[in-house]
Write a protein that binds this ligand. Sequence first.
Ligand SMILES: [Zn+2]
Length: 95
Amino acid sequence: MIDFPEARDFAYADINDDPYIITVSPRLKLQKPTRIIAILRHELGHCLLSENPDHSEQEADDIVETLFGHRIYYDSENIQTIIPANWPRPLEIHQ
Ligand SMILES: [Zn+2]
């Protein structure tokens, strides 16, 4: 899939134009709800940080952790989850 070349790519936020658009892969609906919630929250984080387009991936997690009161973790496949796992975002993936 052109928009989602990597196995761990499930969604992205386009914050360059108003309105912001979050695009999701058809594969997202096949994921566990605990992943879907964390992935979508992470993308909302990018939208909330749109005034600083150079924000980091960890900053996207941080802002929605504050908003929703739940941490964004990374599972054994380095995909976001709300189930306690690795935190903060692993350094081997896009920062
Ligand atoms: Zn991101």
